[in-house]
Write a protein that binds this ligand. Structure first.
Ligand code: GTA
Length: 327
């Protein structure tokens, strides 16, 4: 797609040059994303409830049924891109809403190809998916190393989301044409691919995921100093790959792990600094640089430390902490 990856951050000449170069890369065909039309499977979608929405983020999470199967549909308006401005100005219709002195507001009707909604479908969705996207009150949990062993680990062994999509990426059964970088080493290697929350149309919300090849590390809690070479490899080569592909230097990246993650196969989030990605707050994101240093100073750091994270009121893990008298 030739018009992808045009940046909107025109504040610095250097960065806009980097964005332009990234766009040129894209035009040369290096961008993996392919857009294809498909049958509209959502014509028969029957809405049951709105799980969550945000006028500011322009996103809605809907629970419903798709051909008698439970489904969650996420619809998100995409950002206005600098490289489409000329076409937006010249090719749209404009309806005046109000005019007052030098001020006026309009409804601009953009051409269809500039007026898209990024849509994610989870089908069949489990009850856990429905709960995950439901707006709920949040609670901060303090989890000691012992709590992890006695409460969290037994729960996640029984109740985790399927990792099939992760294995599909590692085995090239899905998203193979989206892979940005791969290190095939079985011990320290990983696959770097765009996160499915990123539509790859602009760098402002850049979001990639490094998924490690090893299948024996569930989360931060499993990490010891033995894994420092793995983390360093992901950090270093991930940054290099992003610099090469998107011309974004390490100083523009936020690289972190989630605790708790939703998917218990070790993966590292690479997002653009300044982009408020869901889950980048202090109660969930652990910078990979800090994780490496903590393990270097104490090999058992993540086995023994109390870790803090938020859980939704309807989360089964929260119930387990309550039952254990920890909340
Ligand atoms: N490339 O198939 C996939 C895929 N899946 C199933 C998940 N991811 C995938 N990436 C590819 N292909 O960043 C990505 C997710 C996430 C990462 C897993 O894998 O997008 P995690 O294990 O730490 O789990 O990371 P996390 O962060 O909880 O997952 P997720 O789905 O991002 O949920 C976080 C919250 O983001 C949700 O509760 C939701 O409320 C919120 N959210 C806000 N906007 C969106 C949106 N547009 N789409 C999805 N979730 C959104």
């Amino acid at each position: 797609m030739a018009d992808c990856l045009a940046g909107r951050e025109s504040g610095t000449d250097e960065l806009s040059q980097q964005v332009k170069r990234a766009k040129t890369d894209s035009e040369n065909g290096r961008e993996a994303e392919r857009e294809s039309e498909c049958q509209n499977i959502l014509t028969g979608f029957k809405t049951s409830s709105v799980l969550n929405d945000s006028a500011r983020e322009k996103v809605i999470f809907v629970h419903g049924k798709l051909a008698d199967q439970e489904a969650v549909v996420i619809m998100e308006k995409t950002p206005v891109r600098e490289d489409t401005l000329a076409e937006l100005f010249s090719g749209s219709t404009l309806n005046l809403e109000m005019k007052n002195d030098i001020y006026s507001t309009y409804q601009l009707q953009a051409p269809p190809h500039l007026n898209k909604i990024k849509t994610t479908v989870v089908c069949p969705a489990t009850e856990k998916h429905v709960k995950k996207y439901q707006r709920q009150e949040l609670f901060l949990v303090e989890e000691t190393g012992e709590d992890y062993q006695s409460i969290t680990l037994p729960y996640i062994q029984q109740q985790s989301f399927s990792l099939q999509w992760v294995y599909n990426i590692l085995e090239k059964k899905a998203e193979a044409d989206r892979i940005v970088y791969e290190d095939p080493d079985t011990k320290d290697g990983f696959v770097l691919a765009p996160d499915f929350k990123w539509d790859q149309k602009q760098l402002d919300d850049l979001y990639l995921l490094a998924i490690v090849n090893r299948r024996d590390i569930k989360s931060l809690r499993d990490l010891t100093s033995e894994h420092v070479p793995l983390l360093q490899n992901v950090f270093q080569k991930g940054k290099e790959a992003i610099l090469q592909r998107y011309k974004l230097p390490a100083s523009k990246l936020r690289v972190y792990l989630h605790y708790q993650p939703s998917y218990y196969h070790l993966h590292v989030h690479f997002t653009k600094l300044g982009f408020e990605a869901p889950g980048c707050g202090v109660e969930r994101a652990h910078l990979i640089g800090d994780v490496i240093q903590n393990l270097q100073s104490d090999p058992q750091y993540y086995k023994t430390r109390t870790l803090y994270f938020q859980l939704k009121e309807n989360d089964g893990l929260l119930s387990k902490f309550k039952e254990a008298g920890k909340l």
